[in-house]
Design a protein around this ligand. Structure first.
Ligand SMILES: [Zn+2]
Ligand SMILES: [Zn+2]
Length: 230
């Protein structure tokens, strides 16, 4: 952030690419030599800067979620805002603000919102106002719903629907989930899913048609065994 530079890409002969970074000043060559052993060639760690400023939609979602927490715990909104800003700072080492002329980016705001969503799942705060604003297409949110067994569509207690079909007669508890895509759905929405079919269901509720793919280790961690298909 403090050392943001403009860069351009150029194809390299070996199929890779050159990343050319324009610096405002000549860097300290002695320092480079000390650190890298050479002034001509050295290594840099780079990170793509997100130049998109916080979106209105993100601000709305953040405050809608805060209000859900306000209603649940009866605490002032300002207190919560400061708490999450601080938590963000602790977590990333950067400051954040969603105020009108903020320098924070879309990525920054997403990290902040993830912290709030985490908090709400952890403390069983019902998603009321914020629920319909939540980006249900987002992997992170679906993952949290799976972990906490909450319906992706409505927030009620859910089972895990396995998108991939499993061969008839196989031992369901011994199914290898490595390749499996799952969707956390409550009883009603699970029935809906099977009545409407995946495509119409996904379109109606704005959820990804294929759910999310979780690796074996994650599935174990969140305690998904076998196939609950009915
Ligand atoms: Zn539901
Ligand atoms: Zn199902």
């Amino acid at each position: 952030m403090e050392r943001r530079s403009r860069a351009i890409l150029q194809r390299a002969d070996d199929g890779g690419a050159w990343l050319m970074v324009k610096l405002d000043h000549m860097p300290n060559l002695d320092h480079i030599e000390t650190v890298a052993g050479s002034k001509e060639q050295f290594y840099v760690d780079w990170e793509l800067a997100d130049t998109r400023r916080v979106r209105k939609k993100q601000r709305r979602l953040f405050f809608a979620l805060l209000n859900d927490i306000v209603d649940h715990f009866v605490v002032p909104q300002d207190f919560l805002k400061d708490m999450f800003y601080l938590q963000y700072q602790y977590y990333t080492g950067k400051e954040i603000s969603l105020a009108d002329h903020t320098r924070s980016s879309v990525t920054d705001a997403n990290v902040l919102i993830e912290l709030v969503v985490d908090f709400m799942f952890e403390w069983h705060v019902p998603f009321a106002k914020g629920y319909e604003l939540l980006p249900k297409e987002e992997q992170y949110f679906i993952y949290q719903c799976c972990r906490h067994r909450v319906c992706l569509v409505c927030g009620l207690p859910a089972d895990i629907h396995h998108v991939d079909t499993v061969g008839m007669g196989s031992d369901r508890n011994k199914v290898d989930h490595t390749q499996h895509r799952v969707l956390p759905l409550c009883r009603t929405h699970h029935q809906n899913y099977h009545q409407l079919g995946p495509e119409r269901f996904a379109e109606l509720y704005h959820v990804p048609v294929n759910g999310i793919k979780l690796d074996e280790e994650t599935l174990k961690k969140i305690n998904v065994r076998g196939n609950y298909e009915s």
